[in-house]
Structures are given as structure tokens and as C-alpha cells.
Write a protein that binds this ligand. Structure first.
Ligand SMILES: [Zn+2]
Length: 76
């Protein structure tokens, strides 16, 4: 009976080890990969390149600032 308990404990430890290890590796790997995920877009008014997260999206085009978006909208 004690042998079954021993193997159950062993299996439980193995299960813990298997589920903890990939989770730790994932958090370490996702950090340096994050900047590469963001797309670089170009301002339709001045041509400045900037990350998509910082750009303004309007009329299927990207802009670097509200001034350039308004300038582009008033001309079109
Ligand atoms: Zn611009």
C-alpha cells in the first residue's frame, strides 16, 4: 500500500514539475519578443515611421499626431 502512495506522490511531483516549467519559460521568453510583435506604420502626412500602438488610425491610414490627421482630412 505504501508503494502505491509513493508512486502517487512521484506522479504528483512529476505533474507539478511538468506544469510549472513551461509556464516559467513562457514568461521569460515573451519579454524580449514583445517589441518585435508591434508593427511599424507610416504617417500618411509626413511619412514618419512609428509603432502601430502609438499611431492614430483614420480612414484606413495611419498618422503620427492629431494635427497631421486633421491636415490630411481637410485636404481630402
Ligand atoms: Zn505625421
Amino acid at each position: 500500500m505504501s508503494r502505491i502512495l509513493f508512486f502517487a506522490l512521484l506522479a504528483f511531483l512529476a505533474w507539478l514539475w511538468f506544469f510549472k516549467k513551461p509556464a516559467r519559460n513562457k514568461s521569460e521568453k515573451s519579454k524580449p519578443a514583445e517589441p518585435a510583435v508591434e508593427r511599424i506604420v507610416q504617417c500618411a502626412e509626413c511619412g514618419l515611421r512609428l509603432p502601430e500602438g502609438e499611431a492614430l488610425f483614420s480612414d484606413a491610414q495611419y498618422f503620427c499626431c492629431p494635427e497631421h490627421r486633421d491636415a490630411h482630412d481637410s485636404r481630402v
